[in-house]
Design a binder for this molecule. Sequence first.
Ligand code: ASP
Ligand code: MG
Length: 451
Amino acid sequence: MVIVSKFGGGILKDGKSFETVAKIICSKKEPIVTVVSAANGVTDSIVDALNSASNGTLDIDFFTDGLAKKHEILIKHIKNSKIKESAISRIHYNVALLNKLLYGVLFLREISPRINDLAMSFGERLSAIVLEAHLLDVGVNAKAFEADKIGILTTARFGKAMPLLKETRANLQKNLVPFLSKGTAVVTGFFGADMDGNVTTLGRGGSDFSSGIIANALDAEMLEIWKDVPGFMSADPSIVPRAKKIDLLSYDEAEELGYFGAKILHPKTIAPVRARNIPIIIKSVLEPSSEGTQISEKRHKMQQVAKSVAVKMNVAMLTIKSAEILEIVQILPFLSKLAEYDIELDAISTSEIGMSLVFDANDLHKVKNALKHFPNAEEVEFEEDVSLIGLIGEGMKSEPGISGRLFKSTGDAGVNVRMISQGASEINISFLIKRNEVNAALNAIHSEFMD
Ligand code: ASP
Ligand code: MG
């Protein structure tokens, strides 16, 4: 059985970190499929380059030369000159393709979604070459595979593609599995291809999702997600310094925490892994032998009913109120309008005369535009300096009195709760507060449930 190990851009910073990753991979006895993100900062730099190319301000050759240099530096200390030369020539080949794409964008002054996804895929193509070289250099028979070439297939929705799991499974069994008896595969995360062969990306931070898709397709024994932090925490330690690492989570808990923006695991990773009951383990490259956080189907009975208090800092709330003639169901079409505008909601709360919607504050502009198509709302009100707090834990399902304890703790801390939404999953209570009260709220809740 194979293990899928994913290494994110946050830990692929310099030549040394690629060496560390190679060392971890070397220490495994089982066949390994490694999934990599782009090296640190590379995807962001491609996004910026695309934008400045489209408004005519990018010095394209300067950018792509810099990108090639950056990756050459990542393999600077490789000893075997043959390995190094082969990697350098593939780095240059890929950078030259990106260079041509950027000239296309500069010429047209337009980024089509298709070109955007293709350009964004180069960060992972480059980092896979770098890791392959590091592994070969320490004697591991490694080979880099590009997701579009081995048949990780997705829907044609650029920038937000969803996997076609059945097709991907068949392709990987054919194009990847035969190699695994011989060596370690390094697969690019973040993108795949649609049925017509166009490159599609899975959304920012999507390499985790890729690793879940690959684990599913290979019926992996385990999915490891390597980070530079020990695992999921009971709260953000920069706000609650006494926060502790969580040892065990259920899939649902990890998913909820991910949707809350816990930067540990992309929440979309869970579904393909849950479908095959594959355990996930979050581990730190800084302490490879320590336990990390384990995520599985099991709904562990813990001493505490709640395991983590999460916060989505930058959200905004829209409240729509209606006159008597306009009933709440008449507001509902507005929700599909929001979907058309590609706005995702973090929480909803309704009453007979109105509805409150919480969404990412960056989408405020889009929500205001969507609202123009909905003239029959009587009264609308926006709140912008707010944050969404979520208390998450399987233990809350069966335990009475949780809400009472929760809101007593925030009340005692002088925090005013603006809106409440009890998650449909029953393992999450979310509520909205003023942003400047987050610190007080999190500390109070942590004392009540997690200390
Ligand atoms: N490189 C991609 C991004 O920065 C995917 C990932 O890192 O997971 O969004
Ligand atoms: Mg990244």
